[in-house]
Every structure is written in C-alpha cells, then in structure tokens.
Write a protein that binds this ligand. Structure first.
Ligand SMILES: [Fe+2]
Ligand SMILES: [Fe+2]
Length: 281
C-alpha cells in the first residue's frame, strides 16, 4: 500500500496451458516490482495443461507463484475436480451470472496490503454470441453491487465476453460505480484502455498469456482446418515460442474508489524455458 492511498493492481488475461503458467512463474516477480503492484489477478479459465478449464493443483500453483486472485469464464466447469475447490477457496471466482446452485461464487474480497478494506473481484460472463440463457450480466452486477459497496469502494470486474458491444455497454452502464472493468475471452488485446467519464478504468479485452503465433494460444493448424473444412478438430495448446504476456496495470484511488490510470501491458519473449514435468495438468 502506498502512502498516497493509491492501490495498484496487475491483471493478466487468460493464461493458456503450461506456457501461460510458465510465463507467470518466470516473469511475475519482475512485473510486480516494475509496476510496484499491490495485488495480482489472472484469468485462469484456460490454465489447465490442455487449455480447457483449470484444476485445484493448477490454481494452488498459481497462488504459490504470486497470484492473489483467479478469475474464470465459460470454461470454468470444464474439470469436475474444480467444483469443490471453487466453493472452498476464497481467492477464485466464476461468472456471477450462472444460476444459483452452481459451484463457487462470483465475488471475492481480497485483502489489500496495508489498507483496512479489501479489493472486491467480480467475474461476469457475456451473453452475446455466448450462452444466451445466463442471467443478465447488467442486472446481476447491479444487484450484487448493493452488497459489495457496503464492504469496499475498490471494485474490479472481469467481464468475460465475446462481443465488444456488450463489453462497452457494461463499461458505460457501470461507469463510476466500480473501479475497473476489464474484458477477457477473445484473447486479443484491444487498445481502447481509458478512464471513462465517471472514473471507471476500462478495456474491452486484456488479451492472453501464452504462445504468440498460435490462435488463442492454441496451435493454429487444427483451428484453420476446422475453419476450412467445417469438421470438428481437437484444439492443442501451442508450446513453441515466441510467447506473450498481455494484461493491464490499474491504479485505484482507495479514498474515492475511482481509477487514476489504466496502462496496457504487452510483452513478447523470444523464449521461456520450462519443463512440463514441473507443472501439474
Ligand atoms: Fe479464454
Ligand atoms: Fe472464454
């Protein structure tokens, strides 16, 4: 916590497979120091070895490597072994707008070092070009904020959605009522990071962490074959270099809850050496 009451949060978009986690292990410490970050959040919905969902062992490893909170998305229920963990771990969230009774919660309160209030981390999933039957993300967030804002004014939202229209809409609708709305799911970083008129930091998509020359961090060949043939293909995580880390650094004035800045992070690495045996599936 800094003397000027400013909280710095690093957020990294979807970590894809072991390369995404290896990038965090090798570079998180330096990034945290470079940005003087207080808290680190990552989207872990693709962090499993095969790029689909994540497991308790993967989540625990991310915590050990310095991650304070994990957000997810449409792949959150891919691995059954995560269900109990979603309910028992206080540092992982799934989209709020799944029906009541789904494992886990959509809101986590992460202590901010040196400050008497937490950062609320919320996760929502879009409905446009995605699961249309989820609860309305706008109304869901509206309802939950009445509770969350009694606990803290430092509020971070990962809006996991496909359509930029839906993401921009949520940003503008909640401008001034949350500290930051960062999009995920497309794995493509957008260059529209800015502070909205009423003080909410916004970016349509933070991008992903993984192999740069694949598609979504997966090998391009099966995806291209699928596009050309319209036949189903198995997606495989790309493990060849180069790699990239995509995310944002957000500064929040903890007295007002408004954002002071939102900076994009896009770093490319020619190589990251890792042994797959050091990383759980
Ligand atoms: Fe993803
Ligand atoms: Fe996704």
């Amino acid at each position: 916590m800094h003397a000027d009451n400013v909280v710095k949060v690093l957020f990294f978009g979807d970590l894809v497979g072991i390369p995404g986690r290896a990038l965090m292990r090798s570079h998180l410490g330096a990034l945290k120091a470079k940005y003087k970050a207080d808290l680190i959040i990552v989207n872990g919905e693709n962090a499993a070895k095969n790029g689909r969902g994540l497991t308790p062992r993967v989540a625990e490893q991310l915590y050990q490597d310095g991650v304070d909170c994990i957000t997810t998305g449409n792949h959150v229920f891919q691995k059954k072994e995560l269900f109990d963990f979603l309910s028992s771990s206080k540092n992982i969230v799934r989209p709020l707008n799944y029906p009541t009774g789904c494992p886990g919660t959509g809101c986590a309160f992460i202590p901010i070092p040196g400050l008497g209030k937490p950062l609320a981390v919320l996760n929502l999933q879009g409905r446009v070009f995605m699961r249309e039957l989820l609860l309305c993300p706008f109304k869901t967030l509206e309802t939950v904020l009445t509770f969350v804002s009694t606990k803290t004014n430092c509020i971070f939202v990962d809006f996991h959605a496909e359509a930029s229209s839906e993401k921009v809409g949520l940003g503008l609708y909640f401008d001034g009522r949350v500290s930051c709305i960062a999009g995920t799911h497309t794995h493509i970083q957008t260059a529209d990071n800015r502070i909205l008129a009423n003080g909410t930091a916004y970016i349509t998509d933070a991008g992903m962490c993984g192999a740069l020359n694949g598609m979504l961090g997966m090998k391009k060949e099966p995806i291209l074959s699928m596009m050309l043939s319209q036949m189903p293909h198995k997606f495989v995580v790309e493990v060849e270099p180069p790699f990239c880390i995509n995310g944002i650094c957000v500064t929040i004035d903890s007295s007002s809850g408004q954002a002071c800045s939102i900076e994009r992070i896009h770093e490319v690495f020619d190589n990251v050496s890792f042994d797959e045996r050091d990383f759980p599936e």
